[in-house]
Design a protein around this ligand. Sequence first.
Ligand SMILES: NC(=O)c1ccc[n+]([C@@H]2O[C@H](COP(=O)([O-])OP(=O)(O)OC[C@H]3O[C@@H](n4cnc5c(N)ncnc54)[C@H](O)[C@@H]3O)[C@@H](O)[C@H]2O)c1
Ligand SMILES: [Zn+2]
Length: 373
Amino acid sequence: MNADITVDLGQRSYNIYVGYGLLPQAAELFAPVLKQRRVFIVTDSNVAPLYLNSLTEYLQAAEIQANNVIVPAGEASKNFNQLTRVLDAMLAAKCERSTMIVALGGGVVGDLAGFASSILLRGADFIQVPTTLLAQVDSSVGGKTGINMNAGKNLVGTFHQPRLVLADTSTLLTLKKRELLSGYSEIAKYALLGDAEFWAWLEKNGSTAMENTEMGRAALRQCIIASCNAKAGIVAADEKENGVRAKLNLGHTFGHALEAEFGYDGGLLHGEGVSMGIVMAFDLSVRMGLCPAMDLNRVRTHFTNMGLPTTLPKNGYRPALTSDKLMMHMAHDKKTKDGAITFVLVRGIGKAFLSTDVPTDCLRETLDATLTA
Ligand SMILES: NC(=O)c1ccc[n+]([C@@H]2O[C@H](COP(=O)([O-])OP(=O)(O)OC[C@H]3O[C@@H](n4cnc5c(N)ncnc54)[C@H](O)[C@@H]3O)[C@@H](O)[C@H]2O)c1
Ligand SMILES: [Zn+2]
């Protein structure tokens, strides 16, 4: 089977396969990158009852032995306790350096299992089997792994590229609608940061891609492939984020600040913070005279049509936010360099660029406008 995308990183290059109902082909697709007929699967308590048995059976049918460990579902599992549990389970199962680790789940499992594999016996290979839209378009590609610390999210981790990514889009059928939509924000992000044509396509086909119909499945696969291609290109150019890779943070400096205030218990999903954050990045760029207001309107309109938030929720839980609190989170973001925040700004749809030069009054106007909208 031909790969849909290859991430071009010399000796560390790897293939990404995207398709509806790919899981039964796991053994065949894994085979070329296995050093032993043996894998160790890391998954979470939501994904395990849905896909762990079937994946294990597909592998065992091809005489690939598969052990596993299950972590509690949720962001809270990205911590040292669970990392230790996962590593202990790997060692108890007598994993060797040539045993392939498999991350079966969303971004939480991918980041945790990826990190564990990168330090197990000084580094074992791993495969990503992403089962959320966010993981299929973003976190499973690019090799960032890690856990959260009291001081903030993802502050400890490694760069460790997977050997393969297998994205079975049929697994997304069991995902909550809100989680699915949240992943769509990242798809929109790729279009908005560098591909105006893709954005125009999304304006026409985005809603279809969220539907479980034949056309919807084809459109979604196209979205995932375009997103992985965009990410693969950026990662190949700047694997360790010394430059252009930071563009992938479009909307994230704002989004992370909002997420931090809401807490990480589902009050505001990552992608919801990102859709609001992207609107804020466009708003700021308009205020700085860099971006046509029409482009900001297009972004707002499409997100609203899709059902993604562009303003703070009117009902339900809403923390007591102030622009000072948001500024404080932004200043602590690990993307700061010599103390200055790197913003991803836009000159229009598809034209993102990095800047450390943002007038505080414009920034405050954007934050205040968001808080009062
Ligand atoms: N490494 C990277 O480059 C990168 C990039 C973006 C995000 N991330 C990380 O990814 C994480 C967020 O990922 P996420 O949104 O996938 O969260 P997640 O892994 O917590 O998954 C969201 C929820 O969906 C459940 N789930 C997963 N697959 C399912 C399925 N097929 N059917 C039903 N339920 C399913 C999970 O159990 C969880 O409850 C964050 O920790 C973030 O920091 C990493
Ligand atoms: Zn993101």
